[in-house]
Design a protein around this ligand. Structure first.
Ligand code: ADE
Length: 241
């Protein structure tokens, strides 16, 4: 079974569409919808914004549904000048940019005292990354046949934190400190929960804004189209699962 977690309803809408629902249950205030899409078993949940909601949802999904793979899907702020709105970023690793125990000798983003090996960057599962990339190629060949613009696909580091990034200083910091390509508010928390539970995961985020002074306006304008691009990849991933 594949589990899909989005922070917001707008990011989940197209993924839930066409699903044959077998159960709807609420745990910890989150609605988990289980069923089939394209004949494949899936469970989907809208977790809410931020790392705490994301972590609660991920652990609850793992405990109750035992998914083989969890995908975190939605929109992000673009940190790289190569990125335009609606481009898609597949995370190869994730970091919590607001984790700061530098006073205790940690690097920025490193989780102090987390077992023997220090946690900083959480790598996404390579099998899942490969399947997402294959799905992206198929989506683009189908788009081409239909005369639609192909999606621009990038792979890189995603930085997560409880902050909607909307100024160029913070944007530059995330880029320079973490070599991050995109920022959002849930992915690295989901990564950490999947990591400690040994569940394979991937993160797909399309760019809704440039994480600078114009981000609030761009987010309002482009969030839906960006979310739909991410959802298109997820549909293909599920089809091929
Ligand atoms: N998600 C979409 N845009 C974002 C931004 N600028 N900062 C954090 N999360 C986001």
């Amino acid at each position: 079974m594949t589990g899909v977690i989005c922070a917001m309803e707008i990011e989940m809408k197209n993924i839930r569409e066409g699903m044959t629902v077998t159960s709807e249950k609420e745990y910890a205030g989150v609605k988990f919808v289980e069923g089939k899409k394209f004949g494949k078993d899936i469970v989907v949940a809208v977790c809410g914004v931020g790392k705490v909601f994301a972590a609660i949802c991920t652990q609850t999904m793992i405990d109750n549904y035992k998914p083989d793979i969890i995908l975190n899907v939605g929109v992000a702020g673009g940190l790289s000048s190569s990125l335009d709105v609606k481009d898609v970023v597949i995370a190869d690793q994730l970091i919590q940019h607001d984790m700061d125990a530098t006073a205790l000798g940690c690097k920025k983003g490193e989780i102090y005292g987390a077992g023997t090996s220090s946690y900083r960057y959480f790598p996404a599962n390579s099998y899942v990354i490969d399947r997402i990339k294959e799905s992206a190629e198929i989506v683009n060949s189908e788009r081409k046949k239909a005369g639609r613009e192909p999606l621009r696909i990038f792979t890189g580091t995603v930085a997560s934190g409880d902050l909607f990034v909307s100024d160029k200083e913070k944007k530059a910091e995330l880029r320079d400190e973490f070599q991050a390509m995109a920022c959002e508010m849930e992915g690295a928390a989901i990564a950490q929960v999947c990591c400690v539970n040994k569940v394979r995961f991937g993160v797909i985020r399309a760019i809704s804004d440039s994480a600078d002074e114009g981000s609030k306006m761009d987010f309002g304008v482009f969030c839906k189209e960006a979310a739909d691009n991410s959802a298109e990849l997820v549909d293909m991933f599920i089809k091929r699962s």
